[in-house]
Design a protein. Structure first.
Length: 278
């Protein structure tokens, strides 16, 4: 089913943004860098165009002859992805303080979007959110102290992290249910296995899960697939030595080839949901 008039929103971390793809640009004079904010990347329009044209979100949008909306900058967390959805659809972001301004595209209307694809990330990137009178108070893991863990009612870090995992799983589900109530379908893919146990016991979330498949393997998350197939990892990609005539960069993000693998998984899940008409 083609969705020519309605676009797609993709939220997630650097795996969604396509971190490192510009390093495949066929230019021997290009000096490798792990930093997307280098003057080299910002000032080189060719690198930017190559990056945007080859990341998996563009491949999916092209397949359905539509447009994609993605956060402007790389990195991120589930907290920031939740904020992305709020800001994309102009329904406020008071629950997501302390984020930089200007990192989102123009506001969208639900009626103009067919799908939201949510990519989960590493739980240790997420802050603990403590509701206050007029705003939320954020505490990041590097700032967590034994006293704070006790203050929140936990006896150890493991219990604290388990709470954080369940907390964000619930917030992701709640947000996606809100999106669906506005007539937009949602799907979820995972960078890590952090939510695997929670997915197994939640039918609503499990139904929207995008399996990560390559050859005969099917995994809950892309990281597990990349462990089994090293060519999906940028730093392990033999393409560089064979075609780029240089060593691959030290970058653990999905390779150029992996972009099509991820896109195929997303396209398959979209087609499946469309064919089942739910």
């Amino acid at each position: 089913m083609e969705m020519i008039n309605k676009g797609m929103v993709f939220v997630g971390d650097s795996y969604t943004w396509g971190h490192g793809l510009w390093q495949y640009y066929p230019n021997d004079s290009y000096s490798q860098s792990d930093d997307t904010d280098t003057e080299q990347y910002k000032s080189n329009n060719s690198l930017s165009k190559f990056h945007l044209a080859n990341r998996w979100v563009r491949l999916v949008a092209n397949h359905f002859k539509t447009f994609e909306k993605v956060r402007k900058y790389t990195a991120g967390s589930d907290y920031e992805s939740l904020s992305s959805l709020s800001q994309f659809f102009a329904d406020g972001h008071s629950s997501y303080p302390n984020l930089p301004s200007g990192i989102y595209e123009n506001k969208l209307d639900y009626k103009d979007i067919s799908y939201v694809v949510f990519g989960t990330s590493y739980i240790d990137r997420c802050p603990l959110v403590k509701p206050m009178a007029n705003r939320d108070s954020l505490t990041y893991l590097e700032d967590v102290t034994p006293e704070l863990i006790i203050d929140y009612g936990f006896s150890n870090v493991e219990d604290f992290l388990d709470y954080l995992k369940r907390y964000y799983f619930h917030r992701i589900k709640t947000k996606l249910m809100e999106v669906e109530k506005n007539g937009v379908k949602t799907l979820i893919w995972n960078v890590t296995p952090v939510y695997k146990e929670l997915f197994s016991s939640d039918e609503w979330m499990r139904k929207r899960l995008i399996p990560m498949e390559y050859k005969t393997d099917s995994e809950f998350d892309i990281s597990e697939l990349m462990i089994k197939h090293k060519n999906l990892i940028l730093s392990e990609d033999s393409y560089f030595r064979k075609y780029q005539k240089r060593n691959p960069p030290k970058d653990s993000h999905p390779s150029l080839y992996a972009q099509q693998v991820i896109a195929d998984c997303v396209i398959k899940s979209i087609n499946k949901r469309n064919s089942e008409n739910w």
